[in-house]
Design a protein around this ligand. Sequence first.
Ligand code: HSE
Length: 424
Amino acid sequence: MKKVGVAILGLGVVGGGTYRILTEHREFYQTTQSLDINVECVLEQNEERLKELGVPEELVAHNIAEVACNPDVNIVVECIGGVSVARDYVLDVLYGGKTVVTSNKELIAKYYHELERTAKRHSAGLYFEASCVGGVPIIRTLLDGVQSNKIVSMMGIINGTTNFILTKMTEEGTSYAEALQEAQKLGYAEADPDADVEGFDAAYKLSVLSSLAFHTKIPYTKVLREGITGITPEDISHGKALGYRLKLLAISKQSEEGIEVRVHPAFVKKDHPLASVSGSYNAVFLTGDSLGDLMLYGKGAGDLPTGSAVVSDILYAASRTEPRYSTFKNNANPEKEIKFVSDFASSYYMRLSVNDRTGVLSKIAAIFGKNNISILELLQTPDAEGATLVLVTHETHEAAIKNAVAKLNASDIAKVEAVLRVVS
Ligand code: HSE
């Protein structure tokens, strides 16, 4: 039986889940995969955590050199998070020819190509299934399951924390702050919650997934990113009244015009399959040119679900004779060799405060008309100062909406209070 020694760097949520799976399933992998996967050492300073997980003292390494130089370690799992220490440690072990499995999306989004170059140079593997969409095997699906396709588009809910927050706000009317606190308690949120709520986490994942889907390096800096901090219960509730649910969506498309990559809140119709993806669950819709539509659904965060993805990578790496590397069409100059589409098509939700007097609606309609925007749905609620107008447009373009918003705000008839995209 093939013996494989594993080291785990960081025993937080994901590292701890990985440790538990590896120790509890050791016999199972011996029987089903003919692999004897043994945790040789861990790098973790928190003694309480070591005790909680029942890690024997002799397995605790004291520095990265002890891990990098341990001849019994073949695979190093990085679950430290962040990029400074994690990047240095990963490079240290790759230089020594050890394979790295990481759950760190920020690290992969920012340093994928440098790390892969180093891995190649030292004949080491670099695997990162757990970096995107927790326990959902999206990377393996892109690389193996649908590799016969040209991927046309992806649309998904790929951040558990924001989905948990938006679901709680929608279903229970919970405040944003309360919902965020609960997500942190459950271990979904990143140490710095801005990474989740401002959309960075989803943007990192979308850049990695789109790069693999389109065989094109897509820098995360090119992802249009908007978070959920400005979302009000008022808009969630108006959307609900119109039959929509609000989600933080990650969308990428490839067409003759170019590549579109964006993360932002958007309304989806309540009968859309993504509308029922709730709590910390994630889902990704893929459209392939031969396959058509495929949806993957599962837990996008948490210790055992994400640990499951880490361990799958360990088993995958352990059973290969040669490491697997990626191929990209735009190796030389990722920023310049791709055309990005920013004036994309979408429908829009808009909430306006208006003066409730004769002719106001026709003036608003005229501004929309001049920008070639057609209104699909309209709701008006009178209030003390005038009225609140909520509308949804037919499909139009970003530039047209921005122009209409500027014209409305410059007029004395209406103030645009909120604009959200709607998946048509
Ligand atoms: N903070 C991340 C999320 C964890 O909420 O999805 C998994 O990447």
